[in-house]
Design a protein. Structure first.
Length: 388
């Protein structure tokens, strides 16, 4: 239905750009939005940011989005009994079930060729893909409810999560759990409800019966109903979120202090504000998490880390967030976290990595991967990418 009210030139141009990007614009302002121009600007900018690196890498496979928004995968599925189904391709009924499927070059996922994807997330258990219309698709091993479908079970090809719409961002964890944030800033989580070793909060952000092992479908985290979530990251049994007010919350369980409350063993069912970050007086705009550590980025480009020593950037276990000062005074514009490693890109395009390097595999890029047990526990510039 065409708009009946007059529009100014700024709103007209933003609507044009949103349409050109394939973004779906709602007919009425979402909850929390005061006027159309800021809302449209945020939509266009977020889409532009998501386009910078639309890819995800897990243990043995990768997920890509090409320039046309087409979903592609490559790599290998660990077991040959169809238990993981991570490449997104339909199972060949004539194939030997004990032969793990392998795809060499990035290959288009056939069932998604008519969908325009803007963001992907992957763990060794499952994958999510987000379309430009705000629709979320999932595939992989759904034994713990991480795929978000009421009937549970594994999915060989990407399937739409029917209970989600107008989604802005997605995240997955190796726990396995999943999360999504919609246009209204509401956080939804689903997946494993209890910890691997004992019943403790898994980071879903709400209380469940102690007999419940999995939350099969996305459930709204009502404890954050007064806040507008703009970013989420998942670790092994914990969740980190950042709001549009610049505050960081966490919940779940971590043996390594990854919740950021000054204790190595907190157990929090509901999200709580990380007060030490609030007391810095900084406004945080992004978060990242590995299985056992977390990072938070301020709007000025300052980076804070905490959790396990391998990748928090401090070289020692830190249950309380502290600022990292190893970037030669350059503001950080992008940060990411993996298993036991982290990386950051500075405003002038320098690339830093840190972590334990997993022995002799050389993923940190510092040329010392031939030495078993090599580690770089504080941020170090990757000299091989200098000037790139």
């Amino acid at each position: 239905m065409p708009l009946l009210r007059p529009m100014g030139p700024v709103e007209t141009e933003l609507r044009r750009r949103a349409t050109a990007r394939g973004l779906r614009i709602v007919s009425s302002l979402p909850k929390g939005a005061l006027s159309w121009v800021p809302y449209l600007l945020r939509r266009v900018l977020r889409d532009a940011l998501r386009r910078e690196a639309p890819l995800a890498v897990a243990d043995n496979f990768s997920v890509f989005v090409d320039e046309g928004g087409r979903l592609q995968t490559c790599g290998s599925e660990d077991d040959g009994d169809g238990g993981e189904l991570l490449l997104g391709h339909a199972v060949d009924p004539d194939a030997d079930p004990f032969d793990a499927r392998t795809i060499g070059p990035p290959t288009l996922v056939p069932s998604m060729q008519d969908r325009r994807i803007v963001s992907v997330a992957a763990s060794q258990w499952h994958c999510l893909a987000l379309s430009c219309e705000g629709v979320v698709y999932s595939w992989g091993d759904g034994a713990n409810g991480s795929l978000g479908h009421a009937e549970g079970g594994a999915r060989a090809v990407p399937s739409r999560i029917e209970s989600l719409s107008r989604v802005e961002s997605i995240a997955v964890s190796c726990f396995p759990t999943s999360a999504a944030v919609d246009e209204d800033g509401r956080l939804f989580t689903w997946g494993r409800a209890e910890h691997e070793y004992e019943w403790t909060p898994s980071g879903l952000g709400y209380a469940l019966d102690s007999e419940t092992e999995s939350q099969l479908t996305p459930k709204w985290v009502e404890a954050l109903s007064e806040d507008r979530v703009v970013g989420v990251a998942l670790g092994y049994g914990f969740t980190i979120t950042v709001t549009d007010a610049g505050e960081v919350f966490s919940c779940g369980y971590s043996d390594d202090g990854a919740l950021g409350y000054g204790s190595l063993h907190p157990r929090l069912t509901l999200p709580w504000r990380i007060e030490s970050l609030t007391l810095t007086g900084r406004r945080f705009v992004a978060v990242a998490a590995g299985p056992f550590h977390a990072l938070a980025l301020t709007e000025e480009g300052e980076l804070y880390g905490w959790g396990a020593e391998e990748a928090n950037g401090h070289g020692s276990n830190e249950p309380t967030p502290h600022r990292l000062n190893a970037f030669n005074g350059q503001p950080i514009k992008h940060v990411n976290a993996g298993g036991s490693a982290s990386c950051a890109v500075t405003e002038n395009g320098e690339f830093y990595t840190w972590g334990d390097g997993f022995g002799n595999y050389g993923q940190l890029g510092h040329g010392d991967g031939s030495v078993h047990g090599s580690a770089q526990l504080t941020p170090k510039r990757v000299e091989g990418l200098k000037g790139v």
